[in-house]
Design a protein around this ligand. Structure first.
Ligand code: PMP
Length: 399
């Protein structure tokens, strides 16, 4: 997509200006700021779980029982049952026998991808080939999250980037690197594009070339699939070669990250990943809230249903307005504007009407492809969606 020198060049011609509004409440998806009520189309709190009474009650009980922080790595300072239970439940959601919890999704990608090539990890993961093939190589989608790109860079292993979801390009690269231990890495749902990775094709290539497939399901966990299991459940596509990464700070409403794998692999990660062994987990009250979030995910499927109903309602109403919508596959609906300044003006116009939408521009999106990223939410009302569409119609010159 671009490298750090592109960003440096871009920064030279763009004065750095950062202004982040301070709000009085968190978006559920409506928030209050300076007495004004604003509807957010830019929160990852997709299922409006962050202030769900059951999560709040579980966190309060966790605070009373454990206090506010863990204050030590679980590896060194001792462990708590609440973390073990959360890991077991996350493993179940992802059809794996275990999961390893990290403080955030960002740290999960950094921690796992940088350490995967250590300690004969691949030999343990795959049990074959790795003994004779000592050179590891990463294959990463060009639009993967920055934490993936940084984690791969930190590993020091050979790395290749394939064009977004282009399986022919990925296979060309895999063929060219015969003799290495390949690790393919892809977002399950791409956060700026709203696209879903072609998992069955990725698995076929991983199996053909003896690769590990690492899927970042940050925007799919809790959302895709009948039970919110993510990209694998969406396609009904499971394989022992998949490592299932996810975050707990989006649909699940709290904080944390995890990678779900088989038990023996999980233990290797615990021992080799510095981001597990040399830093703290999320506070225990958050782990308690997350167990409640997994219960709600199972017991209130209507939340996921409402999210998808809202997504379809928005997409249908936007269709006649003539905008280019980059993907309609997920609750992330990016509306292409192109010019960055124009995109900012649209976002400001929406904000004046009490609607918050992020204007995504370079380096988060390719140059010249600025977009308004509408993130749909289970808590949006039809009136709120109608209002957003009416403003978009006006901006398109329809009224
Ligand atoms: N992966 C992807 C695809 C993401 O979009 C994000 C968050 N924007 C992360 C990882 C990091 O997750 P967290 O916020 O839990 O650190």
């Amino acid at each position: 997509m671009h490298d750090l020198s592109d960003i440096a060049t871009w920064l030279e011609s763009h004065p750095i200006h950062h202004e982040s509004a301070v709000h009085d409440t968190l978006p559920d998806p409506t928030f209050i700021t300076q007495g004004e009520t604003v509807v957010s189309f830019s929160t990852n709190n997709y299922l409006a779980l962050a202030n769900h009474p059951r999560l709040v009650a579980a966190a309060k009980a966790g605070l009373d029982r454990y206090g506010v922080g863990n204050c030590e790595s679980r590896l060194l300072g001792g462990d708590l049952e609440v973390y073990r239970t959360l890991e077991r439940r996350l493993g179940e959601l992802k059809h794996k026998s275990d999961a390893v919890l990290f403080v955030t999704g960002y740290m999960t990608n950094i921690g796992v991808l940088s350490s995967l090539v250590k300690a004969g990890m691949l030999a343990r993961l795959h049990g074959y080939r790795a003994k004779t093939r000592r050179k590891y190589a990463y294959y990463s989608d060009e639009f993967n999250h920055i934490s993936i790109r940084e984690g791969i860079q930190m590993s020091g292993a050979e790395r290749h980037t394939y064009r977004h979801c282009d399986m022919n390009h990925l296979e060309e690269l895999l063929k060219a690197a015969e003799g290495t231990c390949p690790i393919i890495v892809s977002d399950g749902v791409f956060s700026m594009e709203g696209t879903i990775a072609p998992l069955p094709e990725l698995v076929a290539l991983a199996e053909k070339y003896g690769a590990i497939l690492y899927i970042d399901d940050a925007h799919a966990t809790g959302i895709l699939g009948e039970h919110g299991g993510g990209t694998s459940e969406h396609y009904n596509c499971y394989s022992p070669c998949i490592m299932q990464m996810g975050t707990l700070s989006k649909a699940l409403g709290a904080i944390g990250g995890f990678v779900a794998v088989e038990k023996e692999i999980a233990d290797v990660i615990r021992l080799t990943s510095s981001a597990y062994g040399f830093t703290c987990p999320p506070p225990p009250d958050q782990a308690a809230a997350l167990i409640a979030a997994l219960d709600v995910l199972e017991e209130e499927p209507q939340r996921r249903q409402r999210l998808w109903d809202n997504q379809r309602y928005f997409v249908e109403r936007m269709a006649p307005l003539g905008y280019q919508i980059l993907s309609t596959a997920t609750p992330i609906v990016p509306v292409l504007i192109g010019d960055a300044a124009q995109c900012q003006r649209h976002a400001q116009a929406l904000r004046k009407e009490g609607i918050h939408v992020d204007a995504i521009q370079f380096p988060a999106a390719p140059l010249g492809q600025a977009r308004l990223r509408f993130m749909m939410n289970a808590g949006h009302t039809r009136e709120q969606i109608d209002h957003a569409v009416a403003v978009m119609a006006r901006l398109a010159g329809h009224v």
